[in-house]
Design a protein around this ligand. Structure first.
Ligand code: UDP
Ligand code: MG
Length: 317
């Protein structure tokens, strides 16, 4: 069977330190695989610079000069990992048969690319990279990530467990992905919805090769809320059921109050329960409004249909 042209897409935000190491490693893998006939010799790497503030773009240009298989796009400003990745994938899809997305920091073992491409050559359209272990991550990162996956699951989001954005997608899958023009982008939730023949490759997660994480807790939290509210209306239903249960409880309280009045209990006891229930219901109402507001915010952003990224430069020949 003829080898395919593969693109490796890397979102990069302030990655000047790690990029030369990463590109060196990936080029070596591409060389080895093309020698084995697993992919064509013009397979390439596309770096998607997410409006970095350091010398990332210059580093990409230098790497391009020393090996033209290194290509680049540069976003006009920092839009976040998901958008940088999408911009890269949508640019690459016109030039390749399949694209693999991987982070710039080599935390995800690049050797898994070999298995991914083999599966693609055998006819799989989407290959998910799945972490076998993550004991090199900090305790904090591991625990928060675990909570993130299980919370999402309870909230009704179908995502592949222990899979971040390390995956291979065929051009057909990429074209289908391009039809999703929502602004709240959560690729991990969208891609399983595409369907097509898919498979999993497991790998071990390493420590960052250089530089530091661009995902502080605040960004992770925002990401997980986006993931849930972009895909599921279950939080709203949960509020509804809470209301229903409270209504039932209220009936019992009402019965208790009527009986108390008939037995002429003291006023203080009634006052206390009244204040308590006002505070209790007040906070529940606030939570409910907050959740509804989250969805209205999403609708607000979607109806604007703004372009999701703007490419400033293209390094492609
Ligand atoms: N990244 C990006 N834009 C951002 C933040 C991160 O393109 O605003 C890229 C970053 O360069 C890296 C990937 O997203 O290639 C994952 O980021 P990082 O490794 O910092 O996250 P972590 O692995 O710590 O969750
Ligand atoms: Mg990382």
């Amino acid at each position: 069977m003829a080898a395919h042209k593969i693109a490796i897409v890397i979102p990069c935000y302030n990655e000047e330190k790690v990029l030369p190491i990463t590109i060196g490693k990936l080029l070596e893998i591409l060389d080895r695989m093309s020698a084995q006939g697993l992919l064509t010799s013009d397979s390439f790497i596309l770096c998607s610079d997410d409006g970095s503030k350091d010398n990332t773009w210059r580093t990409i240009m230098e790497l391009h000069l020393s090996d033209s298989r290194v290509k680049g796009i540069s976003l006009a400003h920092n839009r976040g990992h998901q958008y940088a990745l999408l911009a890269g994938l949508m640019t690459a899809k016109d030039y390749c048969d399949a694209a693999i997305s991987i982070d710039a920091d080599l935390q995800d073992d690049p050797e898994a690319i070999v298995e991914m491409v083999k599966k693609f050559n055998d006819g799989t359209e989407i290959v998910y990279g799945m972490r076998a272990r993550r004991d090199t991550d900090t305790w904090f990162k591991r625990t928060t990530a675990k909570a993130f996956y299980s919370f999402q699951k309870t909230m009704g989001v179908e995502a592949i467990p222990n899979h971040a954005d390390y995956r291979l997608m065929s051009v057909r899958a990429l074209n289908l992905l391009s039809e999703y023009d929502e602004s709240n982008l959560f690729l991990r939730g969208i891609i399983p919805q595409i369907g097509l023949k898919n498979d999993i490759v497991t790998y071990d997660r390493h420590e960052r090769a250089a530089g530091e994480s661009k995902y502080p807790l605040s960004k992770m939290l925002a990401f997980s809320i986006d993931g849930i509210t972009s895909f599921s209306a279950r939080p709203m239903r949960m509020v509804f059921f809470t209301g229903l249960i409270l209504l039932l409880l209220d009936v019992f309280v009402a019965i208790y109050v009527i009986i108390s009045i008939l037995c002429s209990d003291t006023l203080e006891a009634g006052w206390a329960s009244l204040i308590l229930s006002i505070w209790f219901l007040g906070s529940l109402i606030l939570i409910a409004i907050g959740i509804v507001g989250e969805y209205i915010g999403k609708i607000f952003i979607e109806v604007k249909h703004r372009p999701r990224y703007a490419i400033r430069d293209i390094l492609f020949d």
